[in-house]
Design a protein around this ligand. Structure first.
Ligand SMILES: Cc1cc2nc3c(=O)[nH]c(=O)nc-3n(C[C@H](O)[C@H](O)[C@H](O)COP(=O)(O)OP(=O)(O)OC[C@H]3O[C@@H](n4cnc5c(N)ncnc54)[C@H](O)[C@@H]3O)c2cc1C
Length: 559
């Protein structure tokens, strides 16, 4: 049996597993990623399309913004949302959206969110993950067993074509194996929150005629409304001829015939159009949060840790943020300067955020379903027109929070984290829709342009960064810099003479973590710099970190 040794074993090559492989690779931490399907698996049944603004900030860090932008989704298609009885049927209301090309970058970020459906996004992330020398991706391989031995994890991996199994010896196992995670089940996870929201169905069609007939008035997304309210949505998933119809569904698992599926498609089209039925997949829409995100050396990341209604497009983005939160902590522990509390802080920081996002996804779903029944909706003439205008107005207003969720993407605050040092009253919770940047311990460090093309966010990533807005020399914080050096913590000092930035960050000194969240801030240097450094690196004061494990490229041996 071949034996592979690696610091980090990632199980699952969906967006969460790939993001983890990319961020680890970017940090120089080798990993092995195991995916049971082929790399093209999701291209035929794409799920996510919204790459949120925070995920794009990470893409900026990884140097793949251009790749995401040029992945294939047309940048000249207006991202409008139509509320309608059918794509060709009478329209009730519309949000006019800009094209990707025209959409402005908001003042609070160096990036804007992107529309890059999974058929385009997966290849970008796969290529990025593969670009790091230390990363090895095994497609068509399935993890069939694992054991946490306390000092390491042993996993059995079998090629899906029946070849010789592999034994993987890893320091850590990252379960990025999606909804219904077998690792979560094996670890005895009983989710605290677990509710079936609906049994939904995704139906994919190809219709050049539909694309031609919608022409210049084509929207990207059509919210489908019937006399009993919203029943589904049609999305122009590749921005060209391929469309995804999503049925909101009911609480029983569907047993559709092909005739049923065609009837749904025709209803959603709202007129006679030639199309080819590509495929359809039923899926369970759940809200679920695992009670533990870490058990021993195993971590749950992405949909293995939580599931949420896709209303809002938060699921993958939540998983990517988890990958980034965990990656630097793993790197720090492997590098010897991170302590045990660092790894524990993953659950403490990310679980409440996951619960918040799950809740918001469900609230968006409720808003979508809140439209009242309107028996006159499909009537011709003035009576129908009045009914359609009324329902259109209602649904459009109800769904606005789903389209404007900057607070969800950028507003996560790691309250009560064991590795931040809050010397101030808690920051108020960010509103989902009305996001305003604030420097806040546990929150994302704000963006501001320091020079053309250079954001404050570009300073963060590799290690800690101590921002100094005091306008004085570094002397007062020299003991803090020294304390970091003694503990082996990578810390860069950065004096900033920019009034706008100083106003935004509020205090003279701000310590920013590798993931871009604020660990500590104050107008005065810390009284006990060693204690502060120990806290932010997850080590009980005075203790040393774990013994370093040297980061070599994954080794393969044959036994
Ligand atoms: C219709 C729809 C639209 C959505 N839109 C959005 C959106 O716009 N934005 C957004 O952020 N989210 C969206 N989501 C949610 C998003 O798709 C998921 O949150 C995301 O795919 C989760 O990524 P993941 O990597 O955690 O899990 P998955 O994508 O499920 O990947 C898990 C991977 O693990 C592999 N695996 C499982 N077991 C094993 C094993 N034993 N060995 C090896 N490999 C294994 C699987 O084959 C799979 O490839 C949407 C979801 C749906 C259903």
């Amino acid at each position: 049996m071949n034996t592979i040794e690696t610091p980090v074993l990632i199980m699952g090559g969906g967006p969460a597993g790939l993001a983890l492989a990319v961020d680890l690779g970017w940090r120089g931490v080798p990993c092995v990623l195991i995916e049971q399907e082929g790399p093209e698996a999701r291209r035929n049944h794409p799920r996510m399309d919204n790459v949120g603004i925070r995920s794009m900030e990470f893409a900026r860090r990884w140097g793949i913004v251009k790749q995401v932008e040029q992945a294939g989704f047309p940048r000249d298609l207006p991202l409008s949302i139509a509320y309608t009885t059918g794509i060709l049927g009478p329209e009730l209301a519309r949000d006019i959206g800009p094209t990707l090309q025209e959409a402005p970058v908001p003042p609070f970020s160096p990036q804007k969110h992107e529309l890059c459906p999974q058929n385009f996004f997966d290849p970008v992330m796969q290529e990025a993950a593969q670009s790091y020398r230390g990363n090895r991706l095994y497609y068509h391989h399935k993890l069939t067993a694992f054991q946490d031995e306390g000092h390491q994890v042993l996993a059995t991996v079998e090629p899906t074509d029946g070849g010789t199994p592999l034994l993987v010896r890893a320091q850590y196992l990252m379960a990025c194996d999606g909804a219904g995670s077998s690792v979560a089940a094996a670890l005895g996870q009983s989710p605290v929150m677990d509710r079936l929201l609906s049994c939904s169905t995704n139906i994919f069609i190809r219709s050049p005629e539909l694309t031609a007939r919608t022409g210049g008035s084509r929207a990207y997304r059509y919210i489908l409304v019937g006399v009993d309210g919203v029943w589904g949505s049609f999305v122009n998933i590749d921005g060209r001829d391929v469309w995804r119809l999503q049925l909101l569904g009911s609480d029983t698992w569907p047993a559709w015939s092909d005739d049923d599926i065609h009837a749904f498609v025709r209803r959603g089209l709202g007129g006679e159009v030639a199309y080819e039925l590509l495929s359809w997949v039923p899926w369970a829409r759940r809200e679920r949060v695992a009670d533990r995100f870490r058990v021993g050396r195993c971590f749950l990341v992405g949909d293995s840790a939580h599931q949420m209604s896709p209303t809002g497009g938060y699921g993958m983005n939540t998983g990517i943020a988890e990958a980034v939160d965990l990656s630097w902590k793993i790197a720090a522990v492997l590098d010897g300067w991170g302590g045990p509390a660092l790894l524990d802080s993953y659950e403490a920081e990310r679980r409440p955020v996951a619960a918040r996002n799950v809740k918001q996804g469900s609230e968006n779903l409720s808003a979508m379903r809140s439209a009242p029944s309107e028996p006159r909706l499909l009537e011709p003439g003035e009576v129908g027109n009045i009914a359609r205008a009324k329902v259109g107005q209602w649904v459009r207003a109800a769904m606005q929070r789903e389209w404007r969720s900057y607070g969800i993407h950028l507003g996560a605050i790691y309250r009560g984290s064991p590795i931040t040092a809050a010397e101030e009253a808690d920051c108020p919770e960010q509103d989902v829709a009305q996001f305003a940047q604030r420097a806040c311990v546990g929150g994302r460090a704000p963006h501001i342009w320091l020079a053309e093309g250079q954001s404050t966010l570009d300073l963060f990533g590799r290690g800690f960064v101590l921002l100094d807005f005091s306008g004085h020399s570094a002397e007062p914080v020299a003991p803090l810099i020294k304390a970091a050096e003694i503990a082996g913590v990578p810390l860069a000092y950065q004096a900033i003479t920019n009034d706008e930035a100083a106003r935004l960050f509020e205090t003279s000194y701000v310590l920013v973590r590798p993931d871009g969240h604020i660990a500590w801030r104050s107008d005065a240097p810390p009284e006990n710099p060693g204690k502060l450094i120990d806290r932010v690196r997850g080590v009980a004061s005075g203790a040393t970190g774990d013994r370093p494990v040297h980061l070599e490229t994954a080794k393969t041996t044959t036994t």
